[in-house]
Design a protein around this ligand. Structure first.
Ligand SMILES: NC(=O)c1ccc[n+]([C@@H]2O[C@H](COP(=O)([O-])OP(=O)(O)OC[C@H]3O[C@@H](n4cnc5c(N)ncnc54)[C@H](OP(=O)(O)O)[C@@H]3O)[C@@H](O)[C@H]2O)c1
Length: 330
């Protein structure tokens, strides 16, 4: 394997620095499966890692990119062979194990998922960790009783990657979706994805959250944490379910037990990182089947590996919309 391009994140004098470099095969991390990476993607976590805005990286230096999809070029594990199309997301990828912002990656076979039939490598990264997590959230809510006939489902951080895909999936499954956003200008975009209603965060009075308020939601997908999540809890219907996915606004949660013990609401923690493989496979299969987003192309833009650095800022500022796929071969 000739030396190849990679976007390496390092720390110098306590500051995060990231730059393109050339790596050799012997510099890849340990693993049974070597992948020629076709595509990666940009998630909020990638932006935190690459800019140092969040303490995400657990081992320096580390090639960024928590997602990768490509073709197996070498495998010492019987589950995968040369030429297989595969996806690898989460685990230590891009945080403590060289990630997807490179032309090649090597990962443990236990982290690799075969590309579901009918899905392209590009699509798998248009979904990426954001899409996988949105789908996992919906699956967990279904397992806890959510059905379209139960009532409305609200999605916060609606224009983001997880939010956009969650709206699309839920609408496709027949839910009445309400998008909660900070971006007034994006109402048409959100309705185009399938949201029946768009609510503005600025319209909420988050300074006065009651333990129990008027019931509004059968389900909630939360990407923000903090007061928005507390407000969602206080407005859940009887037996409503919340998928707690993100912390784009805050790590804190100041609520009461009232929604949980008086309305039977459930707060489900969604962790895409270490989902057990059988469930991980099932979620990817559903993303290729009944949960396949109908508007993936219109919510996705593509950048070349070399065009990555300026992309992260939008995510940190909360200005990103939809998904960004990285073309690692270009
Ligand atoms: N649990 C897991 O396994 C898992 C997996 C993936 C992602 N996540 C987390 O889920 C969240 C969303 O990820 P993502 O990739 O979709 O990120 P993203 O594309 O950057 O979207 C986040 C969205 O949240 C809103 N937002 C951003 N900053 C905000 C702020 N300070 N206050 C209020 N709203 C803000 C914006 O949407 P609007 O303007 O439309 O409101 C933004 O587009 C992140 O916290 C991420 O770390 C968790």
């Amino acid at each position: 394997m000739a030396p190849f391009k990679a976007y390496l994140i390092d720390q110098k004098d306590g500051k995060t620095v990231a730059a393109f470099t050339q790596l050799g095969e012997d510099q890849l991390d340990k693993g049974e499966v070597t992948i020629r990476i076709a595509n990666s993607s940009v998630n909020y976590k990638d932006a935190l890692a690459a800019t140092g805005a969040g303490r995400i990286i657990r081992r320096y230096p580390c090639v960024g990119g928590i997602d990768m999809a490509g073709i197996v070029v070498k495998s010492s594990d019987a589950r995968f062979k040369e030429g297989d199309e595969v996806i690898a997301t989460s685990y230590d990828i891009g945080v403590a194990h060289h990630g997807g912002y490179a032309e090649y990656g090597r990962v443990p076979a236990d982290w690799v998922v075969p590309l579901p039939k009918g899905m392209s490598l590009f699509e798998s990264m248009a979904l990426g960790t954001a899409g996988y997590t949105a789908a996992l959230g919906v699956v967990r809510m279904e397992q806890n009783g959510l059905r379209p006939e139960n009532g409305k489902v609200i999605v916060s951080g609606a224009t983001g990657g997880v939010g956009s895909i969650a709206i699309d999936i839920l609408a496709r499954l027949g839910y009445h979706v309400v998008a909660l956003t900070g971006k007034e200008s994006q109402a048409d975009y959100l309705k185009g994805l399938g949201a029946k209603e768009v609510m503005l965060r600025s319209g909420l009075d988050l300074t006065r959250i009651k333990p129990l308020d008027k019931t509004l939601w059968a389900g909630a997908v939360d990407n923000l944490g903090g007061d928005v999540l507390a407000w969602m809890a206080s407005t859940m219907q009887q037996n409503g379910v919340i998928a707690s996915i993100g912390l784009a606004a805050s790590m804190s949660l100041n609520t009461t037990v009232a929604p949980f013990i008086l309305r039977g609401a459930s707060l489900l923690g969604i962790d895409s990182g270490y989902t057990a493989m059988p469930l991980r496979h099932k979620v990817w299969e559903r993303l290729a089947g009944d949960m396949r987003p109908a508007h993936l192309a219109s919510m996705t833009r593509t950048v070349r590996l070399s065009e990555l650095p300026p992309v992260f800022d939008d995510f940190i500022k909360g200005q990103a919309r939809g998904r960004v796929v990285v073309d690692c071969a270009a």
